[in-house]
Design a protein around this ligand. Structure first.
Ligand SMILES: Nc1ncnc2c1ncn2[C@@H]1O[C@H](COP(=O)(O)OP(=O)(O)OP(=O)(O)O)[C@@H](O)[C@H]1O
Ligand SMILES: [Mg+2]
Length: 273
């Protein structure tokens, strides 16, 4: 999208985003299928997620959006009876290689869910959590990285004076930014967001969308949203899924103004879903 305002948050290096369509995709799924038991819920998905862009993932409820995200960082490993076929590359890394280090994959591909899920710890310790798991022990380094992540998530100014307070005392919108700070503290390559703004009011949603633009300067974002206006406003590319298949992928402006597939058109014009 070309005409949107870019808001510059504190602490985020405002390096210009180079338009580089030849850049290798950050994440690339090929022939990706998923079964839960005998039921196939993803059907040979081919999706190349462009690096340092916002890709929206849209489609009717139950079409497999959350399942696809879970395949991309192997959260499906945790689900009994889930079976994956196909190929997923994170940069050069084969995500499903037998020797893949799953916790490292999950560091590189962070996920933020619809309901913010801060841990029952202090604000500081929520953001420091992943860093501690990575073995960062120095209080000084932790403090620095926590501050940088909170600034990047546009939350620092609201919490700087109360980092030791419990995270559960934050408002919903603050908790959502806290879990984003927690996800980016470990410097992921890709940040997946599964309907992250659905619990926010309209003003908080607009601020949140500005934050997404800021984050896309440094990270690859894959955003599931039920809100067509939001997909059209914030994303550079849009993927439309239906019944486990990726029906259409393209530049967001083109997909919304001139969809190639009838199913896409029906969905974005609200005829179903
Ligand atoms: N853990 C699970 N075990 C078995 N089936 C599941 C599981 N999780 C999801 N499913 C099924 O897989 C299909 C895809 O679900 P998924 O949650 O990925 O859809 P979605 O597109 O994210 O929907 P929504 O927009 O409502 O969040 C659905 O039919 C769902 O019932
Ligand atoms: Mg879902």
């Amino acid at each position: 999208m070309s005409t949107r305002a870019i808001h510059v948050a504190d602490g985020v290096a405002a390096a210009p985003r180079e338009p580089s369509p030849e850049e290798a995709p950050a994440l690339h799924a090929r022939g990706l299928s998923l079964w839960y038991g005998a039921r196939r819920v993803l059907d040979a998905i081919d999706l190349a997620v462009p690096a340092r862009r916002i890709t929206a993932l849209i489609g009717p409820s139950g079409c497999g959006k959350s399942s696809l995200l879970r395949c991309l960082n192997r959260l499906n490993d945790e689900i009994d009876g889930a079976r994956v076929e196909g190929d997923v590359r994170l940069g050069e890394t084969d995500v499903y290689a037998p020797d893949a280090v799953v916790h490292e994959l999950r560091r590189r591909v962070g996920i933020v869910f619809q309901r913010p899920n801060p841990f029952p710890l202090s604000i500081h310790d929520n953001v420091a959590y992943g860093l501690r798991l990575l073995g960062v022990r120095s209080r000084h380094v932790l403090d620095e990285r926590v501050e940088a992540a909170l600034r990047a998530a546009a939350l620092w100014d609201e919490v700087a004076s109360r980092l030791d307070d419990g995270a559960l005392g934050l408002s919903l919108g603050q908790q959502q930014r806290l879990v984003i700070a927690r996800a980016i503290a470990v410097e992921p390559d890709v940040l997946m967001l599964d309907e992250p703004a659905s619990a926010l009011d309209p003003a908080a949603t607009l601020r949140f969308e500005e934050l997404l633009h800021e984050l896309a300067r440094r990270y690859t974002l894959l955003l599931v949203t039920h809100n067509m206006q939001q997909a059209a406003r914030v994303s550079d590319f849009t993927a439309f899924m239906h019944a486990g298949r990726l029906v259409e992928f393209g530049d967001t402006d083109a997909l919304f103004t001139n969809p190639r597939e009838r199913q896409t058109e029906d969905f974005i014009t609200g005829r179903y879903g």
